[in-house]
Write a new protein. Structure first.
Length: 398
C-alpha cells in the first residue's frame, strides 16, 4: 500500500514493527503450521496526515468465525456503553420517534440500553449479536439504502472500536450519505494517536487497527466526504480514545472543543515525523526495560504469569520477543481463547482460575487498559504478596 486509503495521497513510512501474526488469531497446537504472518508497517499520508497501516490484510483473514472479543465481559466497558446511551437519551435522541444505528455493536450494550428506553435501534454487523436486532451486512450504501427503505433515516450512527478497523472508509461515508437524517450525527470512538504518543501506547498498533486517528486527520477525512467534524470528546477507555462527531455540512457548527484539540495537536507536533520517531525510540526503550526485567526476575527464580490475552499483546509479545520461556502462560476470561496459544509467540492461554493455583510472584498485565478493574478483581493476588508489572506508559512494578 503506497497510497492513502482515505484520499489516495502518497504514504510515507513511519515505522516497521516486523513480521507479525494476526492479533486475534489464537491458534490451536494442531494448526500452528498454517499460521498467517504479515509485515506491520505504519505510514502517514503526506496530504491528509492520516496515519495508517501500509499493508493490505486479505479480508478473508480478518473476520473469522467465533471472533473472540466481548466487551460486555468488562464491567467498566459495559458501564461506558450504557452511559453513552443514557446521555443520548437526554441530548441527541429527544426528537419524535428517534432511530439509532450501531455499526459493529460491541455485544449490543448501547443499543439494548436505548431499546429499554423505547428508542428504535438496529445493529449493522456481518456477524451475529444476541439480544438486539441486527441487519447482517457491512455498513455501506447498499445496506444503508435497505435500512432507510425499511426504517427511515437515522438520527445517530454510532461505531465504537470499529471505524479504525474499516479500511474502506469511503463505503462507510457512502452509507452515511444515504442513511443519516439531515441533522443526524455520525459518532465514532477509537484509540487516539495523541494519547498513544503521549503514553507510549504502542500496542494499539496491530492488524485490526488500520487507522490511528487525530482530530486533524478526521477533520480532513470528513471534509473529503462532504461532511464536517463538529465535536470531539476525550474518553478514558482503552488507554485514551477520542469520540468524534461528524455531521452533514451546514447542519451544525463545530464546537470549541474541535478548535482546541486541533490547536493542541499542532502544538504537540502530532503530524511531525520527528514526534513519531521519538515515539519509536520510546517503544524500543520500553522493550529493553521489559525484557531486562522479565529476564532478571526469571534468573532470580521468580514466577511470572501473563494477564489478559489481548489483541494488543500480539504486538507486545511479537515485537519484543516474549514467549513461554519468559511468560509460561497467560490468563484470560474469554472462553474461546482458553486452551489456545497466543498468536506468533505461542504462550498458552488458561482460565483466570489458574492464576490463583498457585499465585505467581509477578503478573505481567497485558490488559493494562483494564488495570483498575482487573487489580480490584484480583485483590487477593496482591494480598498474597503478588506484584503487577505494567509497561504503558513505562515499565514499572506496582
Ligand atoms: O479495538 C479493539 C478492542 C476494543 O478490543 C479490537 N480490535 C480488539 C480488542 O482488543 P483487545 O483484545 O486488546 O481488547 P481488551 O479489551 O483490552 O481485551 C481485554 C482482554 O482481557 C480480553 O481478552 C478479556 C481479558 N480480560 C480478563 O481476562 N479479565 C478482561 C477483563 C476486564 C478481565 O477482568
Ligand atoms: Zn490521505
Amino acid at each position: 500500500m503506497t497510497t492513502c486509503r482515505v484520499c489516495t495521497g502518497p504514504l510515507r513510512e513511519l515505522a516497521d514493527f516486523g513480521r507479525q501474526p494476526l492479533s486475534q488469531a489464537f491458534v490451536r497446537p494442531e494448526d500452528l503450521a498454517t499460521e498467517f504472518f504479515y509485515q506491520l508497517v505504519v505510514g502517514r499520508c503526506a496530504d491528509c496526515a492520516m496515519v495508517q497501516l501500509m499493508q493490505e490484510i486479505p479480508p478473508d483473514k480478518m473476520v473469522h468465525e467465533g471472533y473472540p472479543y466481548h466487551p460486555a465481559n468488562s464491567t467498566v466497558m459495559r458501564k461506558h456503553f450504557q452511559d453513552t446511551a443514557t446521555r443520548w437519551l437526554e441530548t441527541t435522541l429527544t426528537g419524535p420517534d428517534p432511530f439509532a444505528i450501531e455499526i459493529g455493536c460491541n455485544d449490543g450494550v448501547t443499543l439494548r440500553t436505548l431499546g429499554e428506553a423505547g428508542v428504535r435501534h438496529l445493529a449493522v454487523d456481518p456477524s451475529g449479536v444476541t439480544g438486539v436486532p441486527v441487519h447482517r451486512a457491512f455498513f455501506n450504501s447498499e445496506s444503508a439504502a435497505e435500512i432507510r427503505a425499511e426504517h427511515g433515516p437515522a438520527d445517530i450512527v454510532y461505531a465504537a472500536n470499529t471505524i479504525c478497523a474499516q479500511p474502506d472508509v469511503a463505503s462507510i461515508f457512502a452509507g452515511l450519505e444515504v442513511l443519516l437524517a439531515p441533522d443526524g450525527l455520525f459518532v465514532f470512538e477509537d484509540p487516539y494517536l495523541g494519547e498513544m504518543l503521549a503514553r507510549t501506547g504502542f500496542d494499539q498498533i496491530y492488524d485490526e487497527h488500520f487507522y490511528y486517528f487525530t482530530a486533524q486527520s478526521v477533520q480532513a477525512m470528513a471534509d473529503s466526504f462532504g461532511m464536517r467534524l463538529v465535536d470531539v470528546e476525550r474518553l478514558p477507555v482503552h488507554g485514551g480514545q477520542i469520540r468524534y462527531s461528524i455531521a452533514r455540512r451546514g447542519s451544525r457548527l463545530p464546537s470549541v472543543a474541535v478548535k482546541e484539540l486541533l490547536a493542541e495537536e499542532e502544538a504537540a507536533g502530532l503530524a511531525d515525523d520527528t514526534t513519531f520517531a521519538q515515539f519509536v525510540s520510546q517503544i524500543d526503550a520500553t522493550k529493553d526495560a521489559l525484557l531486562n526485567l522479565l529476564t532478571d526476575l526469571g534468573d532470580k527464580g521468580h514466577s511470572i504469569v501473563g494477564y489478559g490475552a489481548t489483541a494488543k499483546s500480539a504486538t507486545t509479545a511479537n515485537y519484543f520477543g516474549i514467549g513461554p520461556d519468559l511468560v509460561p502462560f497467560v490468563c484470560d476470561s474469554t472462553p474461546s481463547k482458553q486452551g489456545t496459544l497466543t498468536p506468533g509467540m505461542h504462550i498458552p492461554v488458561r482460565p483466570p482460575a489458574e492464576f490463583a493455583d498457585p499465585y505467581p510472584d509477578y503478573a505481567l498485565l497485558f490488559a493494562w487498559n483494564h488495570a483498575d478493574e482487573i487489580m480490584a478483581k484480583e485483590k487477593a493476588f496482591r494480598d498474597a504478596g503478588g506484584k503487577w508489572i505494567l509497561y504503558v506508559p513505562e515499565v514499572r512494578i506496582v
